[in-house]
Design a protein around this ligand. Structure first.
Ligand code: ATP
Ligand code: MG
Length: 451
């Protein structure tokens, strides 16, 4: 077997515990608080009973034996019957011990196996402090300990000592108090914990909304700890900056594209004035290309604008796209399964799917759209029966202005922005667009949107 370092072992144990313990922060935090608390209580109770408890019992036993010694001394001094009665009387009322004197001898005593701690302590005290023959019995019942002591060769003192004098109260009350207190503290801990966790939960919701390109809810992070509050503030600022910078980028590019249209128009006019020549024709094609690119980009920038996410019916959007394509006599099938109510930017998503369907119909004769609702996302696939794309070009075609067909044939190519825009839209929803082989023979484009 391979030897493992202590560090690896520690890591393994930590991973094991991690996988088997509850996954929520709340539950874990509670465990972190409660387990040490219970351990501490158990340990202190054990320590109290085993150490202090023995100690106290020992002293109580000693005191009882001292009382017996005092009674014996009195009896030695005043052995007449009147004084005996007086001693017995006072033992009962003052020492809660019923005492009797009788002639005879104590039976021989061997300490039995099942002596309890109290009897053992009394036995020890008798051995240490009295040095007279004695007999001890803790099985007479009635919560009493029975002691016989040989006073003189023919006199025996019998004493019934209540256990009350030898123990220090019921442990039941102590345990009850401990448990009760623990429950109260536990309740308080749960309550405070919940309060602390709300801002963290809100933070999670806000992060998710930002990731999916949705409006970030404006939680009041006034509650929680300073760390959470700072994180929340930093997070919100980041969200605002992110939006602003995206907006700025889009606006700037839209501005540039828009401004380029005027010189392009002028160039087109100048070209029209030129006499017909192959060079002029080439230049005209190039200008045409540039115009289409700019139109495409402007359309994209306009669409991205300020559209907000809204609960939408995805099947409606898909049917819309298909209906648009069918107007050009194309064959497009639309199917879906599961709940199609999704929170998204409908115009943007419609543009995304339209781009994909127009690609499919440009390269194939038939297109099929299918949407499936999963647990965490919807998946829209657009299939076609065209030639498809070689696998090693899958990533390339997403780059702006990349077209595999390098000919300038307007029938087979556009500006090369279609897939770029489609992916951009999906990613702004927190999803993505990927490519695969289609069962129809051509390309399959998969749009995944988180829900
Ligand atoms: N369904 C498809 N089948 C085969 N090739 C495809 C398919 N979709 C896209 N392509 C290839 O990927 C390239 C990029 O596609 P993209 O949609 O980004 O641009 P485009 O269709 O050329 O132009 P635009 O969509 O902007 O009009 C296309 O030029 C084409 O070569
Ligand atoms: Mg396209």
């Amino acid at each position: 077997m391979k030897r493992r370092s202590a560090r690896e072992l520690f890591e393994a144990v930590a991973t094991w515990v991690d996988r088997r313990s509850p996954q929520t922060l709340f539950a874990r935090a509670l465990i972190i608080i409660v387990v040490p608390m219970l351990l501490l209580q158990a340990l202190s109770a054990w320590w109290f009973y085993s150490q202090r408890g023995d100690n106290v019992t020992n002293r109580l036993a000693l005191l009882v034996v001292r009382d017996l010694r005092a009674l014996i001394a009195l009896h030695d001094q005043f052995p007449d019957a009147d004084h005996r009665a007086w001693i017995v009387d006072h033992a009962r009322t003052d020492l809660f011990t019923s005492v009797r004197f009788r002639p005879g001898r104590v039976p021989p005593f061997r300490s039995p196996e099942h002596f309890d701690i109290v009897a053992r302590e009394v036995q020890g005290a008798l051995d240490a402090d009295l040095r007279k023959p004695y007999y001890l019995d803790n099985s007479i019942g009635g919560d009493q300990l029975f002691v016989e002591i040989q006073l003189t060769p023919d006199t025996v003192m019998e004493a019934y000592i209540p256990y009350l004098r030898l123990t220090f109260g019921s442990s039941f009350a102590y345990v009850l108090a401990q448990v009760g207190l623990a429950l109260v503290l536990f309740g308080l801990a749960i309550w405070f914990m919940r309060r602390e966790l709300v801002p963290i939960e809100h933070l999670g919701v806000a992060a998710e909304a930002l990731g999916k390109g949705r409006e970030v809810p404006d939680f009041a992070f006034s509650g929680g700890t300073r760390e959470v509050r700072n994180t929340a503030i930093a997070f919100r600022t980041m969200g605002i900056r992110l939006r602003r910078s995206i907006q700025q980028r889009t606006e700037m590019l839209a501005g540039v594209s828009h401004d380029l249209r005027t010189p392009l128009t002028r160039m087109k006019l100048s070209l029209a004035m030129l006499p017909d020549s192959p060079e002029a024709k080439e230049l005209g094609d190039d200008v045409g290309d540039m115009e289409r690119m700019i139109e495409g980009y402007l359309a994209f920038a306009r669409g991205e604008g300020d559209e907000e996410t809204a609960p939408s019916d995805l099947s409606d959007i898909l049917e819309d796209v298909a209906a648009g394509a069918r107007r050009d006599n194309a064959e497009v099938a639309v199917t879906w399964s599961g709940d199609m109510n999704v929170e998204l930017r409908p115009i943007a998503i419609k543009r995304c799917i339209t781009n994909l369907v127009s690609n499919a119909l440009r390269h194939g004769k038939r297109a099929a759209i299918h949407a499936t609702r999963g647990r965490t996302s919807v998946e829209i696939t657009v299939d076609d029966n065209g030639p498809g794309i070689p696998e090693e070009r899958y990533e390339d075609v997403f780059r702006p202005f990349v077209r595999l067909d390098e000919s300038r044939n307007i029938d087979t190519g556009g500006s090369g922005l279609g897939l770029t825009i489609a992916r951009d839209i999906a990613r702004s929803h927190g999803g993505d667009v990927t490519l695969a082989k289609s069962p129809l023979g051509g390309l399959r484009v998969v749009v995944r949107l988180p829900v």
